[in-house]
Design a protein around this ligand. Structure first.
Ligand code: NAD
Length: 334
């Protein structure tokens, strides 16, 4: 199921039993994401938390005969602490989605405090977990989690990820439609961040370097704003949920493969990155090799065209502001 940038080899010491917690498990993303995690054979305990319906979704999914126990929790009876206790991987799709006309940044006011509070609980009850943030705006919610973990003294930059995999999936799909190829074979690194102009697909690193300019521009725009197609098509009922669940499950699967000691597991993700720190960009998405401790290696961007270079520069300017917004939120609302 995983698309990788390199061949996979197996370590002889691999462990294969993991507890995965999904926070916001009864939502549009949470339900199909939980279902897909139930189908991942590395998961032995699946823990589903939501403000509502956590137990219902868990009971439903628990009837699927794979090798994991599924437990559902709500806020009552210390449910969040129990859901997180000892988790290896925590997926966070909790929060509100966009309505037509909204940008991801418009979600900040609601989702910032939700993510902050869930991060506090993760710091207390699963301090060693890899935390995978799906809640938007990812460019700001990831720094929020980092600040909370720092304040709690448990920040491990190797284990905090903003999930940008949906941009990678869309790039494969949309490029294949333009190039008339099988999307399964189209692998596009996507760097920068996860919103509009911060999403930078590196088409020059595919087999389709010489698309006509008009086609290229339209493709890049579609990748950057593909989420809007779903928001508009759903007419106010939310944003991408099913494709996002697939993206989240693919990324979580890759993190689990890394934790299990498999080699050459590479995905793009928004992480605490050295690439542009000297320019004030604390988090940046690029290809990351995943390993037993989380991030094993953060890859540089490779050769870029002038157009890509320009997009990266624009992305950096916006990212600095988005990241600062998250950091300031935690300072002002600890
Ligand atoms: N990273 C990405 O690529 C990407 C893509 C699509 C959507 N998203 C984001 O994912 C988030 C969820 O989207 P959705 O469509 O599933 O929304 P949704 O409204 O369908 O589901 C959200 C769920 O979160 C739950 N929730 C809210 N506050 C909570 C809390 N404090 N603790 C636990 N659960 C809580 C709600 O009860 C609900 O079940 C949104 O912020 C959306 O913008 C991210």
């Amino acid at each position: 199921m995983l698309t990788k940038f390199a061949t996979r080899h197996f370590s002889s010491t691999a462990s294969t039993a993991y507890k995965v917690s999904v926070l916001g498990a009864a939502g549009g993303i949470g339900q199909p994401l939980s279902l897909l995690m139930k189908l991942n054979h590395k998961v032995t305990q699946l823990s589903l938390y939501d403000l509502r319906l956590g137990a219902g979704v868990a009971t439903d999914i628990s009837h699927i005969p794979t090798n994991s126990t599924v437990t559902g929790f709500g806020p009552e009876d210390n449910g969040l602490a129990k859901a997180l206790d000892g988790a290896d991987v925590v997926l966070i799709p909790a929060g509100v989605p966009r309505k037509p006309g909204m940008t991801r940044d418009d979600l900040f006011n609601t989702n910032a405090s939700i993510v902050r509070d869930l991060a506090k609980a993760a710091a207390d009850h699963s301090p060693n977990a890899a935390i995978l943030v799906i809640s938007n705006p990812v460019n700001s919610t990831v720094p929020i989690v980092a600040e909370v973990l720092k304040a709690k003294g448990v920040y491990n930059p190797k284990k905090l990820f903003g999930v940008t995999t949906l941009d990678v999936l869309r790039s494969s799909r949309f490029l294949s439609e333009v190039a008339k190829t099988n999307p399964v074979h189209e692998i596009v690194p996507v760097v920068g961040g996860h919103s509009g102009i911060t999403i930078v697909p590196l088409i020059s690193q595919t087999n389709h370097k010489n698309l006509p300019k008009e086609t290229y521009d339209a493709l890049v725009h579609r990748i950057q704003f593909g989420g809007d197609e779903v928001v508009q098509a759903k007419g106010g009922a939310g944003s991408a949920t099913l494709s996002m669940a697939q993206a989240g499950a693919r990324f979580a699967g890759a993190v689990l493969n890394g934790l299990a000691g498999e080699q050459d597991i590479v995905e793009c993700s928004f992480v605490d990155s050295p690439l542009y720190k000297s320019e004030g960009v604390e988090f940046f998405s690029s290809k990351v090799t995943l390993g037993v401790d989380g991030v094993k290696q953060i890859h540089g961007l490779g050769n870029l065209t002038n157009a890509e270079e320009e997009m990266v520069n624009t992305a950096k300017e916006t990212l600095i502001k988005n990241i600062e917004k998250g950091v300031n939120f935690v300072k002002q609302n600890p």
